[in-house]
Design a protein around this ligand. Structure first.
Ligand code: PLP
Length: 471
């Protein structure tokens, strides 16, 4: 027994497989150029390991696939909606549930119904679609992260928290009715997937309510946040995850959910609230933009799979495996001297690209330089989360590249390969050029921008990193 070293064993076995292949290096170079040096234009079949996002990319369980067959496709009063409503109410304590096709659908109808031009919505950090949807109705999103979030090396447990002092000041100084909503994104995707503590959620709710605002939580990754609360907040060390979730939701007036994350489905989401007036205000906009109240732009079978996923996601073994995979990657990269945001977040590894690619000025997007390097060097697709994504918004505190881990999809070997590719890039980062924007839309530009390198790329022949025989 004394020699036994713990091994991470996935709490599932694989029942169906999807082949993947790595293109030869010269082809990767060609595909990247054809994609205007923007990984969003790459075809999935040309990607070896796809860490672009953890959104809608997870594997469904056999129980979810079974639920699909039982979906009730009625336009109104679908049983699949009833099942979803019951699961969401049991989880959140909120009886009013409106399905939506995905998270931004929830943001769109919710803000359209409840915000007016000139109003302000503070948050720990808004996700980019949230920010864009608040702006679209003429209101202003404001980010109030804690100062610890600006230091990628600081091992603080809850770097996703909102700065309650700055929030109190903003609420105190606002005109009456100017701040109708305070938001918390759990976990804080835009700032490294870092968790928000229960104490911070409690204080935020207390402040919001004192000033007549409502607390709205973006709960895309609520289960991962609950897991971190249990790991890192001493009062919760032995509290079951479901009870942590219920307490967390008890502070919120409403929730916006992209179920493509912790709903464990490829598409779906919902709005939940405990207030009849919020429901009444949002419902007509839901019918106008998403669909009738009991399907919200989704098929009945998609509602059914979401109801099952929302129950599976709080499984201890699943969360331990998932959060463990991310933590191991962060440890392995840190050990090799590759700058990563620490401590590990829940769904992704964030590389500090302006340190790794410090020869590329911020104006030439060091994050994009690393994103292109990852695809060219290893067929790995990641996502820039820095100045390219932020556009003309305030500069992010650092330039990141996010390697998002899809749920129940990749094994430790796949992720070990990605660590090796990053280590190979880190041995000679200066061979990779920066980028300039050739063409981009005004809103959410990183999705569709065309880019061009600011210098020559290295030769593909130097980047045919060998795979082990039999791989
Ligand atoms: C925190 C957060 N909120 C909202 C969204 C938007 O959700 P969707 O992509 O389902 O529209 C995302 C998507 O990545 C997210 O991470």
């Amino acid at each position: 027994m004394s020699e036994w070293k713990p091994i991470r064993v996935p709490p599932f076995r694989i029942k169906m497989v999807e082949p993947i292949r790595r293109l030869p290096a010269a082809d990767r170079w060609a595909r990247m150029a054809e994609a205007h040096w923007n990984v969003f234009y790459l075809r999935s079949r040309d990607v070896f390991i796809d860490l672009l996002t953890d959104s809608g990319t997870g594997a469904m369980s056999d129980a979810q696939w079974a639920a699909l067959v039982m979906g009730d496709e009625a336009y109104a009063g679908s049983q699949s909606f009833e099942a979803l409503r019951a699961v969401v109410e049991d989880l959140t304590g909120m009886p009013y549930v409106l399905p939506v096709h995905q998270g931004r659908g929830a943001e769109h109808v919710f803000f359209k119904a409840l915000l007016r031009p000139g109003q302000v919505v503070p948050s720990n950090t808004h996700f980019d679609t949230t920010r864009a949807n608040i702006r679209a109705v003429g209101a202003t999103p404001v980010d109030l992260p804690v100062p610890e979030a600006a230091d990628p090396d600081l091992e603080a447990p809850f770097k996703g928290d909102i700065d309650v002092d700055r929030l109190a000041r903003l609420l105190r100084e606002a005109a009456p009715g100017q701040v109708p909503i305070v938001m918390l994104t759990v976990t804080n995707n835009a700032l490294g997937g870092q968790p928000v503590s229960m104490e911070n959620i409690r204080q935020t709710a207390e402040l919001a309510h004192r000033y007549g605002a409502r607390l709205v939580m973006d709960i895309a990754r609520f289960a991962e946040n609950c897991y971190f609360i249990r790991q890192r907040e001493p009062a919760f060390r032995s509290v079951p995850l479901r009870d942590i979730a219920r307490q967390m939701f008890s502070y919120a007036d409403a929730c916006l959910m992209s179920a493509k994350k912790d709903g464990l489905v490829p598409i779906g989401g919902f709005i939940a609230t405990r207030h009849a007036d919020v429901y009444e205000a949002v419902a007509p906009f839901l019918i106008l933009h998403e669909g009738f109240l009991t399907y919200g732009g989704l098929a009945g079978h998609e509602l059914a799979a979401m109801a099952v996923g929302l129950q599976e996601v709080l499984d201890e073994a699943y969360l331990a495996h998932r959060v463990g995979q991310v933590a191991t990657m962060v440890d392995e990269l840190h050990r090799r001297g590759i700058p990563v945001v620490r401590p590990a977040g829940g769904h992704a590894v964030y590389v500090v690209a302006d340190r790794l690619m410090d020869h590329v000025p911020v104006e030439a997007f060091p994050g994009q330089a690393l994103t292109v390097a990852l695809y060219c060097a290893g067929g790995v697709r990641a996502c820039e989360v820095g100045s390219l994504l932020m556009g003309d918004d305030e500069r992010p505190p650092y330039e990141l590249v996010r390697l998002a881990i899809p749920r129940r999809v990749y094994t430790d070997e796949h992720l070990a390969y990605v660590v090796r590719v990053l280590a190979a890039i880190a041995e000679r980062p200066r061979v990779w050029p920066g980028f300039r924007v050739v063409r981009a839309p005004a809103v959410l530009r990183h999705f569709t921008a065309h880019l061009a390198p600011t210098g020559p790329l290295p030769s593909p022949t130097d980047w045919e990193l060998p795979l082990a025989e039999g791989d």
